[in-house]
Design a protein around this ligand. Structure first.
Ligand SMILES: Cc1cc2nc3c(=O)[nH]c(=O)nc-3n(C[C@H](O)[C@H](O)[C@H](O)COP(=O)(O)O)c2cc1C
Length: 429
């Protein structure tokens, strides 16, 4: 798979965020043909058949999710595009939003038509100023060309896209938090069931999909489900965006077949480690997923293979750490993020994230004791599976895996012989 699709903007000489360039490049023809020649049911079937799984983190089959929308309720159906992208280490959706927003809009027209939605939303992360401006311009240009609104492409389909800007809270990326936020409320996640497909935004059937997931739809409809299935593993195929950051020579977002090996991603595409350094650890799917040691990178980066290796593909935000990394300091930093971002609705998360950060601060500053390691593990354990949403699990998983995989470093940090503490540690704190 050498041709780039999701990152096509990297291969063409024109600016694809300009609607005229996008149209000259064949843009909107797939949506036009789909609305003219195919029934909504045929599109849902094609997406189901393609094996596309959600790129937002959980990897749920997209076509199957779409079939959960109940028929004949008399209520409107909504499509929400999740462009919150707040998981640390994740910056893939941003590429599409800033450089090829029409790819997303065209895909959303096809997806909205398939599920019977007239009003679709793109919920974009507050800090994405460039993405927000580019997207708003692209949506306005699509309306001006008659690609959005009533009677699009001269037919009788109506699709509207509303861009909703978040204020920069991680919890707004959780689908039910996002729904509450669109409704104008504080983004406290809802209990599931009922799932959004049945009872979502404004109490109506709602499909929430990630930017990259939706962007795949246009390519599936254009090239067929069999083409999509021919890329990567049967259990979750397709082109995939991998973001690589940290101690590599060429950090960036790479479009590769799903299932590309983690070693190839780091050593070839991201240019390998900085000179003279050795690999120590890799977080394969955004900061919330379990960390891997250097000897665990010979795995394929697809949902099932990473799960088999004891971690998760998550958002495919790969964070690479070399042998200069202080794992205690990294875990403290990660825990600070989840403490800061907990919405506070559930006690295990609200209190637990704070305890984790406090204990880790103590350890990093040289005041920890061996009992703190047991406490960390037991607090983290009690935060898993006990809350409305999985932010709590997202905070607990790195703690448990760092303790498991880098135990020696944590043991040394609480032994009193670690050289921690004193002025330098206080300065960091
Ligand atoms: C705390 C939390 C934050 C999340 N943040 C995002 C996000 O920024 N973007 C995203 O697409 N999904 C995020 N998700 C996953 C969404 O809840 C949801 O599963 C996803 O948008 C569904 O789309 P998909 O099926 O296309 O993957 C988050 C989940 C949790 C628990």
């Amino acid at each position: 798979m050498s041709e780039k699709l999701l990152l096509r903007f990297e291969d063409v000489s024109t600016d694809l965020s300009d609607i005229d360039n996008y149209v000259s490049d064949g843009g909107y023809e797939t949506a036009r043909a789909a609305l003219r020649d195919r029934s909504p049911g045929e599109i849902v079937e094609a997406v189901k058949d393609s094996g596309l799984r959600g790129r937002g983190g959980a990897g749920f089959p997209t076509g199957l999710k779409w079939t959960f929308v109940p028929k004949g309720t008399g209520k409107p159906v909504y499509l929400l595009c999740n462009a919150d992208e707040s998981e640390p280490g994740t910056f893939k959706d941003r590429q599409i939003l800033e450089h090829d927003p029409h790819q997303l809009i065209e895909s959303m027209i096809i997806s909205a038509y398939a599920i019977g939605c007239i009003d679709a939303y793109i919920y974009i992360r507050g800090e994405f100023s460039t993405g927000y401006e580019t997207l708003c311009r692209a949506v306005a240009d699509a309306y001006a060309k008659g690609f959005l609104g009533k009677g699009i492409f001269g037919g009788d389909t109506e699709v509207n896209i509303h861009v909703h800007r978040g204020a920069g809270a991680y919890i707004c990326g959780e689908e039910t938090g996002l729904i509450e936020s669109i409704e104008g409320k504080r983004a406290h996640p809802r209990n599931k069931p009922p799932f959004p497909a049945v009872y979502g935004v404004f109490g109506c059937p709602t499909i929430v999909n990630n930017v990259e997931t939706l962007s795949c739809v246009k390519h599936i409809i254009e090239r067929g489900a069999d083409w999509f299935k021919s890329i990567g593993p049967e259990s979750g195929p397709g082109p995939k965006l991998y973001g690589v950051s940290g101690h590599v020579k060429k950090p960036g977002v790479f479009e590769l077949p799903m299932g590309t090996s983690l070693r190839e991603l780091i050593e070839v595409h991201a240019g390998g480690l900085r000179d003279g350094r050795k690999l120590k650890a890799v977080i394969p799917g955004g900061s919330s997923v379990p960390v891997l040691r250097a000897d665990e990178i010979d795995i394929n980066m697809d949902f099932d293979s990473v799960a088999k290796a004891g971690s998760m593909l998550g958002s495919a935000g790969v964070i690479v750490m070399d042998d200069s990394t202080d794992m205690v300091a990294v875990l403290r930093r990660i825990s600070h993020f989840y403490h800061h971002e907990s919405c506070g609705q559930c006690t295990p998360c609200r209190e637990g994230t704070g305890w984790l950060e406090k204990i880790l601060a103590r350890i990093e500053e040289g005041h920890g004791t061996p009992a703190d390691l047991e406490k960390l593990d037991s607090v983290a354990k009690s935060m898993m599976g006990t809350t409305v949403c999985v932010l709590s699990d997202a905070a607990a998983m790195p703690v448990r895996s760092f303790l498991d995989k880098f135990r020696d470093e944590f043991t040394a940090a609480v032994s009193g012989a670690s050289g921690r503490g004193g002025e330098s540690a206080r300065a960091v704190a």
